[in-house]
Design a binder for this molecule. Sequence first.
Ligand SMILES: [Zn+2]
Length: 161
Amino acid sequence: MSDRKSYQQTYYQKNKVRLKERSNRRYAEKREEIRVTQNAYARSHRHEAQERQRTWREVHPEEYKEQARRGYATSAKRRAQIKLHTARRRAVSKCTCCTAEQFRAVYWAAELVGGEVDHVRALALGGIHCVKNLQILSVEAHKEKTKSDLAKCRRLHATAK
Ligand SMILES: [Zn+2]
């Protein structure tokens, strides 16, 4: 090893804490900028990165298992986020199979029996405004159903956070 290299290493070892703090601070200040550069680099070097990952997985099977386990927890969060996103998109959309007449018939029937119209799969949970997704519930049952839908919605939001 050259003198210069070993000098650098000794210097680093001696000032490790200070140097790390400085680099963390710089990273925090320029995080957005760095992220853009890193993403661009990652995109243009994707195949090399995949190759490196494959090699790493073969050399470190245990660490890989651990990472995969943690990755699963992250993707549960991601799954919830996607679910919510889909739900929001669908909440404003109506089916194309039912006519206004058919909808009116359901609401009229509900009125006739003194019940309320409910979306089986709540709109906020990705349900569609479609006759097939409608049911007539008693006022009391509708209250309970709404409560459970809201609870589901809250759970989903908490998971996606
Ligand atoms: Zn429909």
